[in-house]
Ligand binder design. Structure first.
Ligand SMILES: *Cc1c(COP(=O)(O)O)cnc(C)c1O
Length: 389
C-alpha cells in the first residue's frame, strides 16, 4: 500500500523562510469550458506551469479573468494528513466573481475536485507541519479562446496551481506594519467590479503601494471611493477593528467589520468572526467611518496569504490648507504640521500585535494546522484517491 501523504520533499529547504523561492512543483490542473455544449472537460493534470492560450483571448485582451486563493496544511503526526481550509467557500466566491465578469460558473464540485487533485498530485510539496507553512492553492479562470469583440466567451480555461509558501509563518510573533490611507487612488467604485476577485483590480494599486512601501508603510488602506468617509479594506486583505482587550480578564471584545459592497468578502475575516462569536464576543458588520479609527484598540488585516496582520498605525495625509478630521485622543499622534495625521495602535518600539490579535490568530492557525477540534467543519481532508482524475 502506498503511504499518503508522502513526506515533504527533501529537495527544498524548509528551514529558511526569508530565502524561500517559488519552486517548480509536479504540475497543475486544467479544465476547459465550451460554450457550445455548456460542458467542462474532464480534469487534466499538466506537468508544466505553462498554459496554451490564444494571444487574442479576452482573458489577455479584455481582462476577462478571475482568481481565488486558499491554503492547504499538513496535520500533525506521521504520515499525518493534508487538509484544505474552507475550499467550499472559495468555490462560491469564484462563481460570484465570474458572473461579474460574464464568465460561466465553475460547478463547485469541479472546483473542489480540481483543488483536491492539484494538492494530492503535489503532496510532497505540502510543507512540514512543524514549519507552520502552507500550500497556497491558486484557482484561475479566464476567457481563453480567440476573439476580437468583448462578449460572453466561447471558451474558458479553469486551472488550479499550487505552491508551498512560508508567508504568514511569523504567526503570533508577526511584526506590526504601518498602514497608509490612499486618497489619490480608488481600487473599487460603488456598483463597479471591486468586489470581484479579478486580476484587473490589482495592478492599478501596485504603483501606489510601492510608493507607500518606499516611505515605510507596509500596507495601504482604501476608503469608500464615492466620499472617502468610510473604511473599506486594505489593498490585499480585509479590515478588522477591535474594541476592548483580553488582558483585563473579562473579555468584553467587539470586532467591527466594514459593511461595504466594494470589498472582497474575505474568508479569513469570516473565519475570525465565527471564532470571535464562538467565544461570546460581539461582531458588528456595519459602515465604519474614518473618524472612528481612534476608538479602536487594535486593527487587524485578514487574508489567506498571511492569516492576520497586526496594524501598528494608520496614517492619512492632510491636504494643504486643510485640518485633520480626527478628534484628538491619546492614540492620535499629532503630526499635522508634517501634513498627516496618524492613529497609533502599537507604540513605537513594541514589536508584535496586541492580545486580541494573538488570541484570534493562535486559534485560527490551530484549526488550520489540525492542532485543535474542527468544530466549524472547515478542514477538507485530501486523500490519495483525489489524485486519480
Ligand atoms: C483575496 C482578497 C482578500 C482576502 O480574502 P481571503 O479570503 O481572506 O484570502 C481581501 N481583499 C482583497 C482585495 C483580496 O483580493
Amino acid at each position: 500500500m502506498v503511504i499518503f501523504p508522502p513526506s515533504p520533499t527533501s529537495a527544498l529547504d524548509w528551514t529558511n523562510p526569508a530565502d524561500f523561492k517559488l519552486p517548480n512543483v509536479n504540475g497543475h490542473i486544467e479544465s476547459k469550458y465550451d460554450q457550445a455544449t455548456g460542458e467542462w472537460s474532464a480534469l487534466q493534470f499538466v506537468a508544466s506551469p505553462y498554459i496554451q492560450v490564444h494571444g487574442l483571448s479576452a482573458g489577455l485582451n479584455y481582462g476577462q479573468q478571475v482568481f481565488e486563493g486558499l491554503k492547504a496544511f499538513r496535520m500533525p503526526g506521521s504520515p499525518g494528513s493534508i487538509a484544505i481550509f474552507r475550499p467550499d467557500r472559495n468555490a462560491i466566491r469564484l462563481n460570484r466573481s465570474s458572473s461579474v465578469l460574464s464568465m460561466p460558473m465553475v460547478p463547485p464540485d469541479l472546483f473542489l475536485r480540481a483543488c483536491r487533485a492539484a494538492i494530492a498530485l503535489n503532496a510532497e510539496y505540502v510543507p512540514p507541519h512543524e514549519t507552520g507553512w502552507g500550500m497556497y492553492c491558486r484557482p484561475l479562470l479566464f476567457a481563453s479562446g480567440p476573439t476580437y469583440a468583448p462578449g460572453v466567451p466561447d471558451e474558458c480555461t479553469f486551472c488550479v496551481y499550487v505552491f508551498p509558501t512560508p508567508a504568514g509563518v511569523q504567526g503570533v510573533s508577526a511584526d506590526a506594519v504601518k498602514a497608509l490611507i490612499l486618497d489619490d487612488f480608488d481600487r473599487a467604485a460603488p456598483k463597479g467590479t471591486g468586489h470581484a476577485k479579478a486580476g484587473g483590480n490589482y495592478s492599478g494599486v501596485i504603483r501606489w503601494s510601492g510608493e507607500a512601501k518606499a516611505q515605510g508603510y507596509g500596507i495601504t488602506l482604501h476608503l469608500d471611493s464615492a466620499r472617502h468617509e468610510h473604511i473599506e479594506e486594505f489593498s490585499v486583505c480585509g479590515f478588522l477593528g477591535v474594541k476592548g482587550s483580553v488582558s483585563n480578564g473579562d473579555d468584553k471584545i467587539t470586532i467591527c467589520v466594514p459593511d461595504t459592497p466594494c470589498a472582497i468578502d474575505s474568508l479569513t475575516s469570516d473565519s475570525v468572526q465565527h471564532i470571535a462569536r464562538s467565544w461570546g464576543w460581539q461582531v458588528e458588520k456595519r459602515p465604519i467611518p474614518y473618524t472612528e479609527l481612534p476608538e479602536f484598540d487594535e486593527i487587524l488585516g485578514a487574508g489567506t496569504a498571511v492569516g492576520l496582520t497586526p496594524i501598528r498605525s494608520i496614517t492619512r495625509r492632510i491636504a494643504e490648507g486643510q485640518n485633520g478630521k480626527l478628534a484628538r485622543n491619546a492614540k492620535v499622534v499629532d503630526d499635522e504640521d508634517r501634513g498627516a495625521e496618524t492613529v497609533e495602535y502599537i507604540p513605537h518600539g513594541e514589536r508584535g500585535g496586541g492580545p486580541v490579535f494573538q488570541k484570534l490568530l493562535a486559534e485560527l492557525r490551530a484549526i488550520q494546522l489540525g492542532q485543535t477540534k474542527d468544530d466549524f467543519g472547515w478542514r477538507f481532508e485530501v486523500k490519495a484517491s483525489d489524485g486519480q482524475i
